[in-house]
Design a protein around this ligand. Structure first.
Ligand code: ADP
Ligand code: MG
Length: 559
């Protein structure tokens, strides 16, 4: 049987691809810059094994040149360039990646920074350009060639003039239409911000000529505009630097530069892992609550980079909900990306990283609690509620992770205490961890039941937030001590004798209690004698699953 090749309508395929892969047009620049960086990397790797080649970092750069008049944007690099054949195979074949082939051939184990792999990124240029021209001179070659295409109608290749080795890509930026505006891709300011956003940590300088005004020489009040070459990207990502070289200010600057928040971060966490999955991360615990934090609009997530190139702005899968306040970024070379490089193919690596990060956040928070109580309390005032939601959610799946991070106001200490501190100072005869729920500390202090428990010398935790009691119910116990509301029927405080006494008194006054029950019928379930009241004549208690406070909260909730 004869085996046939699939026919593909390449024009249509190209169009479909260009318009469906990417969610944002601006990523075309990320793709072209990544290719330029790969091209320089290839010289770098070649020089490692070829003695006739010297890699002097100063000679290698990427330059971006917009020109409004001719409506062109040029992306120039001093990389390895392409021969006529390479122009044909790499740019003439969709899904052909010369970079992937290079990676395989070179067989370098470490320091793999080459970004390309799918062989489609280049065509992103057609999202913003009608005509794409590539002039390239390959390393070791005397001739240069020009490749040109309007996208749909194929391409041409012809000899060209070019002095230096490298590649120059010229985009003829599309005219604006009624609905689409392309002018931003000729605008110095917006180009700079796109570079900063996606390509800030490309290892080679990305240069632009920037107009700046300065005082004319020899004059005090005359200004002139001069064009100055600037490097737009920061190049060395802070997360690849050695921790010991970095100061607190470096981290704070990074936090502000990346617009993670306007506050000063309370703490930074710098992680470098070189294990089953390799990654670097810089995480921040903010000082203050983002204005929309406790609203539906808030989006959690960390920035995700693959080899220094931004892939996702807010990767939600990297953070569990209970740590959703954490800001920062993760960079990994081990991610398997999908073709648009905006999403991940498999989430196995991501899951590993997320698990790892979560553990680290917990241990860092515990360390903060130990080492800088005041800071921890500042953190807790802002985000403690989120931790408590975390204990309650997913049927208590995260309670082990979170219980040691919780704090409640203590009747004894008159400040926030941890559960561990509470349990450690419990008198020997105390069976339960007592708590009282109420609107405010002042209100709870006036509860009749509080008196008896306090008089026994027992500490009470005050629950003033709606979530508190629900979270604790999910926890059930801490270090084998059960939680008990001081509003519950049996406090476990009365001795057998006291119980008997109460029983007898109740029998004696049975008629009176029955009469009261009759009057309050429908309002209370039972009227009983109490041995626990000191200065108050009556108190309300509850039995069963819900306490009075919980019932109140549930009644307030919209159904
Ligand atoms: P990828 O980068 O995923 O390989 P692209 O479509 O972005 O796919 O690029 C296709 C190929 O074209 C690259 O693998 C590389 O071989 C070649 N190429 C693209 N841009 C350049 C450049 N500036 N210099 C040298 N080669 C390039
Ligand atoms: Mg590419």
């Amino acid at each position: 049987m004869e085996k046939k090749q699939f026919q593909a309508e390449s024009k249509r395929l190209l169009e479909m691809m260009i318009n469906s892969i990417y969610t944002k047009r601006e990523v075309f620049l990320r793709e072209l810059i990544s290719n330029a960086s790969d091209a320089i990397d290839k010289i770098y790797y070649k020089a490692l094994t070829d003695d006739s080649l010297v890699f002097d970092k100063d000679n290698y750069y990427i330059k971006i040149v917009p020109d409004k008049e001719s409506r062109t944007l040029r992306v120039i690099d001093t990389g390895i360039g392409m021969t006529k054949e390479e122009l044909e195979t790499n740019l003439g074949t969709i899904a052909k990646s010369g970079s992937l082939a290079f990676k395989k051939e070179t067989d370098l184990k470490d320091g793999y920074d080459i970004i390309g792999q799918f062989g489609v990124g280049f065509y992103a240029a057609f999202m913003v350009a009608d005509v794409v021209t590539v002039i390239s001179k390959a390393l070791g070659s005397e001739e240069a060639y020009k490749w040109e295409s309007t996208g749909a109608d194929g391409y041409t290749i012809e000899p060209a003039e070019k002095d230096a080795v490298g590649t120059e890509i010229i985009l003829k930026i599309k005219e604006n239409t009624e609905h689409e505006n392309y002018d931003e891709f000729l605008e110095e300011y917006s180009l700079k911000s796109v570079i900063k956003k996606y390509s800030d940590f490309i290892r080679y300088p990305i240069k632009m000529d920037v107009n700046t005004s300065r005082k004319k020489e020899g004059s005090d009040d005359e200004w002139e505009t001069v064009s100055e070459e600037q490097t737009v990207n920061s190049m060395v990502p802070i997360w690849r630097k050695n921790k010991s070289e970095l100061t607190d200010d470096d981290y704070t600057n990074f936090y502000n530069e990346k617009h993670y928040g306007f506050d000063k971060p309370l703490k930074h966490i710098h992680i470098s892992v070189d294990g089953a999955v390799r990654y670097n991360a810089i995480l921040f615990i903010p000082e203050s609550i983002p204005f929309d934090y406790y609203s539906k609009e808030f989006e959690k997530g960390l920035e995700l980079y693959s080899n220094g190139v931004l892939i996702m702005n807010k990767c939600a899968d990297l953070l569990p909900d209970h740590f959703s306040f954490v800001k920062g970024m993760v960079d990994s070379e081990d991610l398997s990306l999908n073709i648009s490089r905006e999403m991940l193919q498999h989430d196995r690596q991501l899951k590993l990283i997320a698990k790892n990060i979560s553990k680290k956040i917990k241990s860092e928070l515990l360390a903060l609690l130990k080492e800088d109580r005041e800071k921890y309390e500042t953190f807790y005032q802002s985000f403690g509620r989120q931790l408590k939601y975390g204990v309650y959610s997913d049927f208590g799946a995260h309670k082990e992770t979170l219980q040691d991070l919780l704090m409640f106001y203590s009747s004894k200490e008159k400040k926030l205490v941890t559960l561990d501190e509470y349990v450690t100072r419990m008198p020997e005869d105390q069976k339960y961890i007592y708590y009282a729920a109420g609107e405010s500390i002042e209100r709870i202090e006036k509860l009749p039941q509080a008196e008896l428990v306090s008089e026994k010398g027992y500490e009470i935790l005050y629950f003033t937030e709606d979530i508190d009691e629900f979270a604790i119910r999910m926890l059930m116990n801490y270090k084998e001590k059960e939680f008990k509301s001081i509003a519950s029927g049996d406090l476990g405080i009365e001795s057998e004798e006291e119980k008997k006494e109460a029983e007898a008194e109740a029998q004696e006054n049975k008629e009176l209690f029955d009469a009261m029950k009759g009057v309050l019928s429908g309002k209370v379930k039972d009227v009983r004698i109490s041995k626990r009241l000191k200065s108050h004549p009556v108190c309300l208690t509850s039995e069963g699953d819900l306490t009075i406070e919980m019932e109140k909260i549930l009644r307030q909730m919209p159904n």
